[in-house]
Design a protein around this ligand. Structure first.
Ligand code: BES
Ligand code: ZN
Ligand code: MN
Length: 498
């Protein structure tokens, strides 16, 4: 889909479909909606007066003007109460309206920027949210279906009447497009079945991205991991026929700076549990255990395009967790890259093992700050459900930065406590630590185990196991992979620039 920003009046824009909005409780619409309403002889006012359109959030009405206006159809989307409008509601309304336009076979769609102007939102942020909601809402995973899904919208025009806001709308649209395309890339990678998206394939995607976007890339194979002493990551990979990969994407700021953020992702392309085999029910969804790695890969694409003033490393630990004949076993002891020994209690607690070495590697590459992202624990789904990801960190200001970046992205992160007493739970009789701290506070101990490898480097761990996969469609999120945390990571990096 092509995207452009236009000045002028939406009723004069050459488009087959125009999208406008209405707040709840408004009987005489103003702004662009008012102009369209007049051109339609008061049709929108009529719907509101008869109580057929209440302006509730995500409510839809489709009108056919038959003259008076260039477009064949007008889509009115409800924004809810004016006082409750925020950027996430703009995303939702945009996604809802765009899907309706596609259903009607719209080709060229013109939309006003919900919230900019009368809505009182910052025009740049509103434009970004509008584009995000649209592109995220329209996302479909093509997968291996022989027949193509719905025909897509060819062109989206954002129409801003106020000349003074035009530049801000342009900037916002570009950022929104970059963030949405990255989110959709993460969804695509995560939705891919595990036989197609093997660790080598993730590495290949990273190499292609590096070439396309001007990033540097290095990929460590098993031999190189061996040399680095990455026994924790290699231990997980042992049970699989597919060779593991440690992928490192590098964005270098110009002018040069020594400030380097590392984004570290769990790219577990299939989690069978290993010898501690998972139950068969729902096992097909364990292809999504690469969501953290996919988010990091995708965030690097956006970072390459938005060019922040700090260096960013994207590190993805990619492997399968399988119960092959050479698989590691409960009771085994492995030695991580930093020299710590780990007793394996459950081979299904593999995320912390691969991240242990990936985080150590981030430190070796001189990262001053580390954020890891992982579908780490089933326990976080019990604690927070699908409404928020958990954040566990060794640095309070980093927690605040992630939470704030998440708010701007429409993604929630909820901090969990990190009392030192929790560490008692993963003390081992035979090694420095064990990889499971019992079932109590599983999300916290899982995170803290990764934190053992961050040392004194400011570090945060995002457990996205509850939010990386959606079982039902939402206004700008289809079923399946959500791409959760991509926009937060990018927002966080951008805010660290200032
Ligand atoms: N990948 C899983 C966590 C997960 C569960 C992700 C459900 C998405 C949906 C992780 O590797 C895992 O198996 N964790 C174990 C840890 C336990 C053995 C300490 C879990 O949560 O049961
Ligand atoms: Zn896992
Ligand atoms: Mn597991």
């Amino acid at each position: 889909m092509e995207l452009s920003v236009r000045g002028g009046d939406i009723i004069e824009t050459a488009a087959d479909t125009i999208i406008i909005n209405l707040f709840a409780g408004v009987t005489v619409p103003g702004g662009a909606t008012g102009v369209v309403d007049k051109a339609l002889g008061g049709a929108i006012q009529g719907l509101a007066a008869d109580g057929e359109f209440k302006g509730e959030l995500n409510e839809l009405a489709v009108l056919h003007p038959r003259g008076g206006i260039t477009a064949r159809r007008v889509i009115v989307v409800g924004l809810g109460q004016a006082e409750e409008l925020n950027l996430d509601r703009v995303r939702q309304a945009a996604g809802t309206a765009a899907k309706e336009a596609r259903k009607k076979n719209a080709q060229v769609v013109a939309s006003i920027v919900h919230g900019s102007g009368i809505g009182g939102l910052d025009s740049e942020l509103a434009a970004a949210a509008l584009v995000e909601g649209t592109l995220l809402g329209l996302y479909q995973f093509q997968g291996a279906k022989s027949k193509a899904e719905d025909q897509g919208i060819k062109q989206l025009l954002l129409v801003e009447k106020d000349e003074a806001r035009l530049e801000a709308v342009r900037r916002g649209a570009r950022v929104g497009q970059t963030l949405a395309e990255a989110t959709n890339l993460a969804r695509d990678i995560t939705n891919q079945p595990a036989n197609l998206m093997i660790p080598e394939k993730m590495a290949l995607l990273a190499q292609e991205m590096a070439r396309r976007e001007g990033l540097t890339v290095t990929v460590l194979d098993e031999q190189e991991m061996e040399k680095k002493g990455m026994g924790a990551l290699l231990g997980v990979a042992r049970g699989s026929q597919e060779p593991p990969r440690l992928i490192v994407l590098r964005y270098q700021a110009s002018p040069p700076t020594s400030k380097t953020v590392a984004l570290v992702g769990k790219g577990l392309t299939f989690d069978s549990g290993g010898i501690s085999l998972k139950a068969r029910e729902g096992l097909e969804n364990m292809k999504m255990d690469k969501a953290g790695g996919a988010a990091v890969l995708a965030a690097m694409q956006a970072i390459a395009r938005l060019k922040p003033a700090i260096n960013v490393l994207g590190i993805i630990a990619a492997t399968e967790n399988m119960p092959g004949g050479r698989a590691q076993k409960p009771g085994d002891v492995v030695r991580a890259m930093d020299g710590k020994t780990i007793e394996i209690i459950s081979t299904d607690a593999e995320g912390r093992l691969i991240l242990a070495d990936a985080v150590t590697y981030a430190r070796e590459l001189n990262a001053n700050l580390i954020v890891d992202v992982a579908t780490l624990t089933g326990a976080v789904r019990t604690a927070l459900g699908t409404q928020a990801a958990a954040i566990i960190a060794n640095n309070q200001s980093l927690v605040q930065e992630v939470v704030a970046a998440g708010e701007r992205a429409g993604e929630r992160f909820w901090p969990l406590p990190t009392y030192p007493e929790y560490k008692e739970q993963y003390k081992s009789q035979v090694a420095d630590i064990k990889n499971v701290g019992g079932s109590a506070a599983g999300t916290i101990t899982g995170g803290l185990i990764i934190g053992e490898f961050a040392g004194t480097t400011p570090w945060a761990h995002l457990d996205i196991a509850g939010v990386a996969w959606g079982e039902r469609e939402l206004p700008y999120q289809p079923k399946g992979a959500t791409g959760f945390s991509v926009r937060t990571l990018v927002n966080m990096v951008l805010s660290m620039t200032n």
